[in-house]
Every structure is written in C-alpha cells, then in structure tokens.
Design a protein around this ligand. Structure first.
Ligand code: ZN
Length: 130
C-alpha cells in the first residue's frame, strides 16, 4: 500500500490567546497530529502530518493550541476535507451512513466509521436545518 504524506507546519513562537485575547503567549510545546486525508484513489492512503504549537496564556492561565480548524475538526482523526466529503455523500447524494462509509473507503481510502459520519451529519443538519 502506498502512503502519501504531506507535512504542514503550523507551529509558531507566539500566539494570541483565543479565550481572553492576550497577545503573544509563549510556546510551551510542539506537537504532531497525524490525520487521515482524502485520497484521489483507492490505491493510495493519504496522511496529513500536522505540526502545531501549544501555548500558555499568563492572563487566564490556560494552555491552548494554535488554530487548526482549517485543516481538521477538533479532536478528529480525519481532515476537514474527509468530513466534508462524507457529509456530502449523505446529505447531497442521500446515501445511508453505511454506504457513505463504504464509499469513502473505496474511493478515497479512508476508513470513516458510520457512527462518526452520523455525528458529523447531525451537527451539519443542526447548523443548517433544511
Ligand atoms: Zn488568555
């Protein structure tokens, strides 16, 4: 199985606190997240390796990570592209969760459990009721 890897570096030395807006909070750690990405074919598995920094805010004494929402949903193992594609299969092509999960595996070589797709679709429907 071929694996295609992309590296993205989102780490910064300084970052503003998302909670209180304190500017230039110092970096405390650099971490790496591996995400399953959408592949253009079933023969290739795509991985997105996201390097990011964690920061400490001296005002609200909280730890936070740089904003990664453009690439991946919070705590997800999948990229935003995977999420969007899976939601579209269910909402635009009216597939069942099981079918959508199988299609993601067959077409994009990414194994998204039907329960995960269900969660994504539920949030998308709640945010945008027809
Ligand atoms: Zn803060």
């Amino acid at each position: 199985m071929n694996v295609e890897k992309s590296d993205i570096d989102l780490s910064k030395k300084l970052c503003d606190c998302p909670a209180c807006g304190h500017q230039d909070c110092k970096k405390t750690h650099t971490k790496v997240r591996k995400l399953h990405d959408k592949s253009p074919s079933a023969d290739v598995r795509r991985l997105l390796v996201l390097k990011y920094s964690q920061h400490f805010c001296p005002t609200c004494r909280c730890h936070f990570s740089v904003d990664m929402s453009k690439f991946a949903p919070v705590k997800s193992r999948f990229t935003t592209k995977v999420k969007r594609a899976a939601i579209d299969l269910v909402m635009k092509k009216s597939m069942t969760l099981q079918r959508a999960s199988e299609t993601m595996t067959a077409k994009h070589h990414v194994n998204v459990p039907p329960t995960t797709i269900h969660k994504w679709v539920k949030v998308a429907r709640d945010a945008n009721p027809a």
